[in-house]
Design a binder for this molecule. Structure first.
Ligand SMILES: C[S@@+](CC[C@H](N)C(=O)[O-])C[C@H]1O[C@@H](n2cnc3c(N)ncnc32)[C@H](O)[C@@H]1O
Ligand SMILES: Nc1nc2[nH]cc(C(=O)O)c2c(=O)[nH]1
Ligand code: SF4
Ligand SMILES: [Mg+2]
Length: 212
């Protein structure tokens, strides 16, 4: 299992394999439209077949960078907010990264499947549960938004409802079409949300804008 091989790096969290970092607009979920600096950390053992970030799966393919250095890059941009994504960030001890971001008064947002215990203090946690590896119980409790990906119209609305039972009362609920199925899925998602108004639609708006 990947946890054993990369154990020390995962547990220390002081150096992280950096896939990419870029200043863009948050494209998804509650904070859609907000300028944010993205830090994409390598390493994921969940294996969603439709993952749009497969280049991030193997942590060894990405150079290690200290949290100080990657945060310095964010601080040098005009960004007031940082989105930490991956890969699966919950594999790592995220406390050093959160502490460094907070030293610079940067708002920190997390994108995670919640498959492992989420560490660090976060201003906003987007939990996107995956069929291959469900979130741990504590991840549901920490989520500010649940963003469930609809790939298979036959099965995925029911799965989304199961996950929604496990989050807190204040957690916002989003359905987001899997990108390759967008044209096929969107009508049914619109109808579902109109009939079940506790849900909202999240679009991958950056893909429509053709920005990173
Ligand atoms: C690449 S993942 C990285 C963070 C974490 N591993 C996760 O899955 O939440 C970032 C976000 O993109 C979503 N996502 C990944 N591939 C997608 C696709 N093909 N279509 C729509 N959303 C996708 C994920 O569900 C997640 O909310
Ligand atoms: N613009 C933009 N918004 C995003 N929101 C979540 C993303 C992710 O890959 O985690 C993402 C991304 O890759 N780009
Ligand atoms: S958990 Fe996230 S990064 Fe990992 S395969 Fe699934 S979508 Fe991709
Ligand atoms: Mg993305």
């Amino acid at each position: 299992m990947m946890r054993d091989k990369y154990k020390e790096i995962f547990e220390a969290g002081t150096d992280l394999p950096l896939v990419e970092d870029f200043y863009t607009i948050q494209g998804e979920g509650y904070h859609t439209g907000k300028p944010a600096y993205f830090i994409r950390i390598g390493g994921c053992d969940i294996g969603c077949r439709w993952c749009d970030s497969k280049i991030s799966w193997n942590p060894k393919e990405h150079r290690l960078i200290s949290v100080e250095e990657v945060v310095r890059k964010a601080v040098e941009s005009p960004a007031k907010s940082v989105v930490v994504t991956g890969g699966e960030p919950s594999l790592y001890n995220l406390e050093p990264l959160c502490t460094e971001l907070k030293k610079h008064n940067i708002e920190n947002f997390l994108e995670t499947s919640g498959a492992y215990e989420i560490t660090g203090e976060w201003d906003w946690i987007c939990l996107s549960p995956k069929a291959n590896k469900a979130p741990v119980a504590s991840s549901y409790k920490k989520a500010n938004e649940l963003k469930f990906i609809i790939f298979d119209l036959e099965k995925d609305f029911a799965l989304a409802e199961e996950h929604a039972k496990l989050v807190g009362d204040d957690c916002l609920l989003y359905l987001q079409s899997e990108w390759s199925q967008y044209v096929h899925n969107i009508k049914a998602i619109v109808e579902y949300v109109k009939n079940n108004p506790k849900w909202n639609i999240s679009l991958q708006s950056h893909k429509f804008m053709r920005i990173p």
